[in-house]
Design a protein. Structure first.
Length: 178
């Protein structure tokens, strides 16, 4: 094969690769268009989700529309998460009759471990299980614990990264109480 033919072949291969890459990029972009993650930011509507509780019953965030909702992402291996649980339980007892719900979303841990922890701590508020971490991703959670305070219209009114104090919980619940 001559050098001229070889150069033409290389040029055609490079050009074909560029065109295939462009077509692939456009296809990828179109496929994922409209599938962007809705950021869970203060002032925006909280992304809806569906998770099972410890009894295996499916719950969605919209099940609680009309109530103020505190969503706390946590895990049993997280020391600050463990520390704030009694504060959340006290707040739940105080606010549950005032139209406020506390939902603790456990991230990717086995049900047995979560049940043991909840039993030891005498937790009575709803625990939801995010087995595959999809809700964690939807809410763009980077670190635990993180808590979202959502009003009765489903809008995120406050977001607290890190350990909650009793005062922060009380302030947040007063903000979202219907």
């Amino acid at each position: 094969m001559s050098v001229k033919k070889s150069n033409k072949l290389i040029f055609r291969l490079v050009l074909s690769s560029i065109l295939l890459s462009a077509v692939g990029y456009v296809s990828y972009s179109e496929f994922f268009k409209g599938k962007e993650v809705t950021a869970a930011k203060v002032g925006s509507v909280a992304p809806d989700f569906s998770l099972k509780n410890l009894n295996g019953t499916e719950k969605t965030l919209t099940d609680y529309r009309g109530k103020g909702v505190l969503i706390n992402f946590w895990a049993t291996y997280c020391p600050p998460c463990k520390k704030e649980m009694p504060y959340l339980e006290n707040a739940y007892q105080k606010y549950k009759e005032q139209g406020v719900e506390i939902l603790a979303v456990n991230v990717t841990e086995p049900t047995r471990l979560v049940n043991q922890f909840i039993s030891q701590k005498n937790i009575t508020f709803p625990i939801l299980l995010d087995r595959d971490g999809l809700v964690l991703d939807k809410y763009q959670v980077q670190n635990l614990p993180i808590t979202f305070f959502i009003n009765s219209k489903g809008e995120i009114m406050n977001k607290v990264s890190g350990e909650l104090t009793e005062e922060k919980i009380e302030e947040g619940l007063e903000l979202i109480k219907p």
